[in-house]
Design a protein around this ligand. Structure first.
Ligand code: IDP
Ligand code: MG
Length: 149
């Protein structure tokens, strides 16, 4: 099964959206295999967003991500990377489709509630930045027998 890294950013945690976000992925049939609430150290924020180093919004992005606790998760399921990106919605919440997390729950590109890996390679890299293998839990969910053909 594929895996992806998802993180509720400090605005989402402060606004009490952890449960809402988790329940959207659970309802879809995806399986959470790791989760933790953390204040991220600077090195891991820079590593996660290294493609954006040097962009004008980078200092503000780093400050935002370090402004409070983030809720970090690893989710598993078929095609989980693109499936989760669609549930999350476009980067700019003003453009994000209604029904998506950013479309329903955010307004500002600089406070867009959630991060999700954009490719299987990014997912592997980002999971490796934030989780030790021992923090990921392999198990069978009782509904897996009926979720997939
Ligand atoms: P993504 O989160 O949808 O993958 P990216 O382009 O990878 O979007 O940007 C990473 C994060 O950087 C965004 O989620 C957002 O928090 C922030 N960001 C991107 N572009 C801007 C911008 O133009 N202004 C402020 N923040 C931005
Ligand atoms: Mg991105």
């Amino acid at each position: 099964m594929d895996r992806t890294f998802v993180m509720i950013k400090p605005d989402g945690v402060q606004r009490g959206l952890i449960g809402e976000v988790v329940s959207r992925f659970e309802g879809k049939g995806l399986k959470m295999i790791g989760a933790k609430l953390e204040l991220l150290p600077e090195e891991r924020v820079v590593e996660q967003y290294r493609e954006h180093l040097g962009k004008p919004f980078f200092p503000g992005l780093k400050q935002y991500i370090m402004s409070g606790p983030c809720f970090l998760m690893v989710w598993e399921g078929r095609d989980v990377v693109p499936v989760v990106r669609r549930i999350v919605g476009a980067t700019d919440p003003a453009e994000a489709e209604p029904g998506s997390i950013r479309g329903d729950l955010a307004l500002d590109i600089g406070r867009n509630v959630i991060h999700a890996s954009d490719s299987p390679e990014s997912a592997r890299r980002e999971i490796g930045i934030h989780f030790r293998p021992s923090e990921l839990v392999g198990y069978t969910r009782i509904d897996e027998a009926v979720l997939y053909e």
